[in-house]
Design a protein around this ligand. Sequence first.
Ligand SMILES: Cc1cc2nc3c(=O)[nH]c(=O)nc-3n(C[C@H](O)[C@H](O)[C@H](O)COP(=O)(O)OP(=O)(O)OC[C@H]3O[C@@H](n4cnc5c(N)ncnc54)[C@H](O)[C@@H]3O)c2cc1C
Ligand code: FES
Length: 327
Amino acid sequence: MAQPATQPDVSPRRRLEMPVLDRRDAGSDYVRLVLGAPDDWISRPGQFLNVRCESAPRSAAASERRPLDYEDGGEWPQATGLELGRRRWPVVRRPLSISRLDRRGRVRVEILVRPVGSGTQWLASRPVGATLDVVGPLGNCFTPPADDRLAVLVGGGCGMAPIFGLADYLADLGREAVFVVGAPAVAQVPMRFKRPPEATGDVARPCPTILEPHVPVPTVLATEDGAGGFRGTAVAAAERWLDQAVADRPVAFYGCGPEPMLRALAALAERRRAPCQVSLEQFMGCGIGVCLSCVRKMRDPGSEVGWTYRLTCRDGPVADAADIVWE
Ligand SMILES: Cc1cc2nc3c(=O)[nH]c(=O)nc-3n(C[C@H](O)[C@H](O)[C@H](O)COP(=O)(O)OP(=O)(O)OC[C@H]3O[C@@H](n4cnc5c(N)ncnc54)[C@H](O)[C@@H]3O)c2cc1C
Ligand code: FES
């Protein structure tokens, strides 16, 4: 994995409170939160925030609550399972990609939350005006292609989040890119369309009807049910689109999403002898290289066994796909 030290200028990591400036539902599965950031905030696509979350709220009468915090010199608090379940407990911080950064005027950082469990459900329910306790920016970032090759950006699930920012970044640099988005169905894509995207079967082509959010590069939609866009996975759509539209032009692949998607993308890149960077969604705890909960096997020709463990939070989350030991 590329070390953060080799990355371009980004703000040093710090803990801070970020206000929620805007909150919108995005498709049926996501909530987009826009957070206010300090004026000197600079992050790059691929970096993430570690956000302090609470467990999702459950109702409990105030009279049933009693202090459960440990007080110095006091007894260790006793709590029943029911009591614990009813309270809103802080959970370990949750890693969320920085989806977009807007430095025009007030600096804004956007995150795209898919509420899958207690922490992300709590996060997705934060209203405008709430503040979030975050640590960031963390991790390394995607590196633009070394030459003028076409960047093929592939995002699936909540892995779409950093790909929006990467599309912005490459467009700002004047680099050519295409964004391939994969989801089970159109309703699960965090985009609003002018009219329902037409089903194109095994033809992959850019979708002309995105109303929101603005995506500065052509966007190909792939759905598993095939009711809108290409029928199949995002990686299959990327391959088909390259075969149809790009022929032999050199490309560089970038991906973020579920592990099987990244693995398929790595295999496609290998077939096309193209570079491929992927952002890994590993379980994390501290996010800063202390707890060792995010280790990942990476190739290491220098070691006796040919691989070594790297920390996804500190040495990643972006890695060269060819360095990953896929298991
Ligand atoms: C670098 C990085 C960037 C991420 N970016 C985003 C993002 O932009 N938007 C977003 O919605 N999510 C993102 N995730 C995933 C997000 O961190 C997890 O969904 C979250 O930690 C789950 O916490 P929870 O309390 O809601 O769920 P839990 O109750 O802890 O778990 C609910 C379910 O989610 C799964 N899960 C938990 N942690 C992870 C994880 N780290 N990766 C994959 N699955 C997990 C569990 O297996 C379980 O099935 C990212 C993860 C990483 C490592
Ligand atoms: S999350 Fe703690 S070391 Fe990576």
